[in-house]
Design a protein around this ligand. Structure first.
Ligand code: FAD
Length: 435
């Protein structure tokens, strides 16, 4: 019997492509009628890129973004605190990518339709709830004009994002996402490349921050690139703010004045902000880690399972890892409730740690430490922190988020080799519906 997936975002699509790779029937239901390339830039860490490459998507990824070569942290005065190579330049077997979220989603959708057929994803159907019994799971769906129907499957994977209807059914008293007080203004601007031309830069501290990186190669005629940026201001969490909506337009007057003086010798921040054509505002929210993701034949994935602050470039990367680890569990244990338990046992603690670390600023905490020590003004950073301290800080978050270089380079593929087909392994009688 087919695996049902609610939500055709990065998590749902990667999982469906994984199901195709391991020979498991899958069907996705997406609430929007027409999937458009929404969002701005996101970063995909080498462990996530490895999984996309192992899905045979290396060639398709190239036009969706660029290979990130460096990550650099600066104080609010534009002084360099720490920089390190990334991806291949740092000795990883896989690159890091800076991509446009919407273009990545459309690429995954196109590849899924090519491999599985047009009807692998049904759009315009919102998942509203589920029930289950000994034979399978029933997913309740509703169209935009109020038509209701249901689908039967063997398992249900809720990849329906931060406002997951399936998570809400399993956790009826949870309430809305938790806001920590920061507001993000996000956009892309057409501008000249900065630093290496493929650098991700962070400047500021906990209360005011600017994050930026290019997501396209230079136009051969103008030399200009699309530069993604996020301006962040933190308020007290009791301040009133708008509900989270990735597509809410932002207003320059709400944040530009705070960044007017941030004209550094490596980047003119106010000029970059003013060059944007559309700005989006988003309150930085997450949810408290859950004690349990699954219920029998149902589990959560991606932002439905562990929405986290967009710090340390982890939201999409962790969603991709979820999809691949669940694929591995299906290969090893068949289409079974046990596979969902094993998946949760591996992924829930790992992602809960990142949600918590990101509440403490994740890798960006280094900027706050420098702000507290010297208000971001120094001649040499080593007058403020030792090189060992700087190294240790960077290494700690990479290990926590699962992309320590040597560990990643030396581990075997999650899926592949002679274990590549869930219908031929793991399941006692070889029946994929044996749950
Ligand atoms: C429109 C949009 C824009 C975004 N822009 C950014 C950005 O600029 N920067 C950033 O860091 N992150 C952004 N994100 C979040 C980012 O994509 C995720 O953090 C990450 O990729 C994890 O992906 P996900 O698939 O778990 O969740 P999502 O990417 O949120 O995907 C969830 C999918 O499920 C669908 N869905 C929701 N509810 C239901 C339902 N009840 N039934 C069926 N389908 C449902 C949604 O329409 C969406 O397609 C955006 C998300 C969305 C939906």
């Amino acid at each position: 019997m087919t695996i049902l997936v609610a939500g055709a975002g990065i998590a749902g699509l990667t999982f469906a492509l994984t199901c195709h790779q391991i020979g498991v029937p899958v069907k996705l239901f997406e609430q929007v009628a027409d999937i458009r390339p929404l969002g701005v830039g996101i970063n995909l860490q080498p462990h996530a890129i490895r999984e996309l490459f192992e899905l045979g998507l290396a060639e398709q990824l190239e036009p969706v973004g660029i290979r990130t070569r460096e990550v650099a942290y600066y104080s609010k005065h534009g002084r360099l605190i720490w920089s390190e190579a990334r991806g291949h330049d740092a000795g990883y077997n896989w690159p890091q990518f800076s991509v446009h979220r919407g273009r990545l989603q459309l690429m995954l959708l196109a590849m899924l339709r090519e491999r599985l057929g047009q009807d692998a994803v049904e759009t315009g159907w919102k998942a509203t709830g589920f029930s289950q019994d000994d034979q399978g799971v029933t997913l309740e769906l509703e169209s935009r004009d109020g038509i209701k129907r249901s689908e039967r499957g063997s398992l249900l994977i809720a990849a329906d994002g931060i406002h997951s209807a399936i998570r809400a059914q399993m956790n009826p008293t949870e309430g809305p996402p938790v806001w920590g007080g920061a507001v993000l203004w996000r956009a892309t601007s057409r501008a000249k490349p900065f630093l290496t031309g493929a650098s991700m830069a962070m400047a500021g501290h906990e209360w005011q921050k600017f994050v930026t990186y290019p997501i396209s190669v230079p136009d051969p005629k103008t030399g200009l690139v699309d530069i993604n940026w996020v301006a962040e201001l933190k308020k007290t969490p009791d301040a009133l703010w708008n509900r989270e909506d990735w597509n809410r337009p932002g207003r320059l007057e709400d944040f530009l004045p705070a960044f007017e003086k941030w004209d550094f010798d490596w980047l003119d921040v106010p000029a970059l902000i003013k060059a944007a054509d559309a700005i989006y505002e988003y309150p930085m929210v997450d949810r408290n880690p859950l004690d349990k993701w699954g219920e029998g034949r149902v589990t959560l994935m991606g932002d439905a399972a562990h929405p986290m602050y967009p710090i340390g470039s982890n939201g999409a990367s962790q969603a991709i890892l979820d999809a691949r680890v669940l694929g591995k569990c299906l290969v090893e244990q068949g289409l079974s409730k046990q596979a969902l338990i094993t998946y949760e046992d591996e992924r829930r603690p790992a992602t809960s740690r990142i949600v918590t670390a990101n509440r403490g600023n994740g890798p960006d905490q280094i900027m706050q430490v420098v702000e507290e020590k010297c208000q971001g003004m120094f001649e040499h950073i080593t007058d403020i922190m030792s090189t060992d301290e700087l190294h240790e800080h960077a290494a700690r978050y990479k290990a926590l988020a699962g992309f320590d270089r040597d560990t990643l380079n030396s581990r075997p593929p999650l899926i592949g080799g002679d274990k590549g087909n869930a219908q031929s392994t793991g399941n006692r009688n070889g029946d994929p519906a044996d749950v």
